[in-house]
Design a protein around this ligand. Sequence first.
Ligand SMILES: *[C@@H]1O[C@H](CO)[C@@H](O)[C@H](O)[C@H]1NC(C)=O
Ligand SMILES: *[C@@H]1O[C@H](CO)[C@@H](O)[C@H](O)[C@H]1NC(C)=O
Ligand SMILES: *[C@@H]1O[C@H](CO)[C@@H](O)[C@H](O)[C@H]1NC(C)=O
Length: 680
Amino acid sequence: MSQLILVFFLLLHLSHASSDVPDDFIFYGYNKSSMELGDEAKVGPNGLIQLTGGEDGRLQQFGHVFYSHPLQFKNSSTGSVLSFSTSFVFAIISQNQNSRGHGIAFVISPTKDLFRALPSDYLGLFDRSSDGDPSNHIVAIEMDTVKSQEFSDIDDNHVGIDINGLKSVSSTTAGYYTGRKSTLFRNLDLAKGDPIQVWVDYSGLRKQLNVTLAPLRTPKPLRPLLSLTRDLSHLILQSMYVGFSSSTGSSESTHDIIAWSFKMNGEVQPFEIKKLPKIRTDGHGKRDQRRQTSEALVVLLSVAATIFALAIILAIVLILRRNIQFREVVEDWEIQYGPHRFKYRDLFVATKGFKDRELLGRGGFGQVYRGVLPKTKIPVAVKRISHDSRQGLREFVAEIATIGRLRHPNLVRLLGYCRRKGELLLVYDFMPNGSLNKFLFDQPELTLDWAQRFKIIKDVASSLFYLHHEWVQVVVHRDIKASNVLLDSEMNGRLGDFGLAKWYDHGATLQTSYLAGTPGYIAPELARTGKASTSSDLFAFGTFLLEVVCGRRPVEPGAEPGEVLLVDWVADCWDRGALLETVDPKLGMDYVAEEAELVLKLALLCSHPVAGARPSMLCVVQLLEGDASLVEELNANVLGMAEQQMAGSHEKVSLSASYLSQKDSVSSLTMTEELIADGR
Ligand SMILES: *[C@@H]1O[C@H](CO)[C@@H](O)[C@H](O)[C@H]1NC(C)=O
Ligand SMILES: *[C@@H]1O[C@H](CO)[C@@H](O)[C@H](O)[C@H]1NC(C)=O
Ligand SMILES: *[C@@H]1O[C@H](CO)[C@@H](O)[C@H](O)[C@H]1NC(C)=O
């Protein structure tokens, strides 16, 4: 009875033991509760199992690790070995390729205490006496990195199946089969430091033991590296321990188990790569560290390359877009005007993209923007003209080039131009004080004193003299008026806007063209014939003089009936002996009467309805410079013109020096009224 009870308890204990100890496990690194380390084995960095080696690794040592519990390897009723499957990831890091050693082995053993063991060639599994002893009941799968003569090793980098001894039953060079038909063999260097995964599968039914290797992250090859058909029933006992053994010899090597899984009666589940402990990175692991660094570098580089490629694509797109935005029209014939041609891009930058905030003004021709040239930091005014078919563009650009060559301190300098499809840009010197118009009429709070006005008059006269007489060709401005006179930073007058200018050789005359100019400034003969000339410029200049002195527009529709036309009103006042009444009231009494009188008389003479009666610019300049004799002759000339007018002579008479020298005592005052009335 007591025996029965004992058997009962024994059975209970056995069943309890077998059900309590799982024969199906997966470990990432060392598991304290389920593993037993032996000899030199220890827990390595990151929790991996370090069988031998490490920082304090010595030569000629061995280490073991075993699953703490024995596993039931046999069907208790039939006594045949059950199918089992195990997989593990290991890494062997050798100091250098010339001193490797020795190896690592998966062991199925009846005991965890392999006390009869030696390092180096013996892999910590056997010693001289136990090697080959059938009572060992040990099956080992060795990953051997040293060619041992003693055990007839095939090479220094092989995998073998060992049964009770180190002379492998089956062995082959480490590697794996790959390719579609698994015929491609790839070598694996066991001691390179790279993690290698091993699968050991036994089929109890077919009595077949397969060993398969592959680099970590490579799926399990279909074809095993080693396959041994053998009934292990007599070898494997009912209860066996599983674990690992490794040894070093005359060189330092580190043998690590990174992960391990086991399954009885089935196939092991694959490892989750992200759960694997990181491989050691101490002195021995430099190779691996380097590898990881290089892997990181590869990732970084590929990311960088992608970003770079995207950046290039973006840049190309932007450049294409900019090219479209900044596209200009350039033709061969324009090359000769090279220096005057600006890059659209520069002008775009200069004017901050033609922002409204930079707008200086709007005219009949287009808008004018303030800008600062990006390279030279020169302030400029950029006139933007939508070009139409009014004029052949080519001709227009040629004209621009001509204007660009004009150089006079009292001309607004054309620095250059830029041409785009449907658009023309003219770049001028920037005039900080804007147009004279502003000071005369537009802004009552601004005013110019007499000295400034007289200076501006002389400036404009000087520039017009240059255009008419001093340049290689005769340039007719055709649009002289206060709003086209600009003031620089020192309040110097500068004639600008050559939008209508025409030129011809000295001695020739201009061909008839369309009528251009501004009402109130157009000479009568110009209105009749459409022929612009220096004389018609003088007519407009006369009107300009009146504007400056009187501070009035040439035509004031809202004024008293006799004062609508400025020139009529001034002539009327002259006739009444009250010429100075026409002087701008804003000046008060602060003006030089002689100068004002001179300018007013000159203005009337220039505004003479008969072209021939108007003085030349030479004469005008001399008068303004205060040539006393000419001042006297001014009146005489007006009178003389009036006499000719009355005599019915419409011949062209120039205000020549000889003519001026004929003195006449007849009062010009009485004549002027008739003269002007006649001419109108
Ligand atoms: C160790 O193993 C036991 C049983 O296999 C498991 O329950 C436990 O979670 C493991 N511990 C670690 C830290 O993996
Ligand atoms: C043991 O063998 C018997 C007979 O072949 C079978 O029925 C049983 O399932 C086996 N047990 C195990 C654990 O495989
Ligand atoms: C061993 O490998 C062979 C060939 O691939 C395969 O047919 C067999 O099923 C494998 N045996 C085990 C136990 O995995």
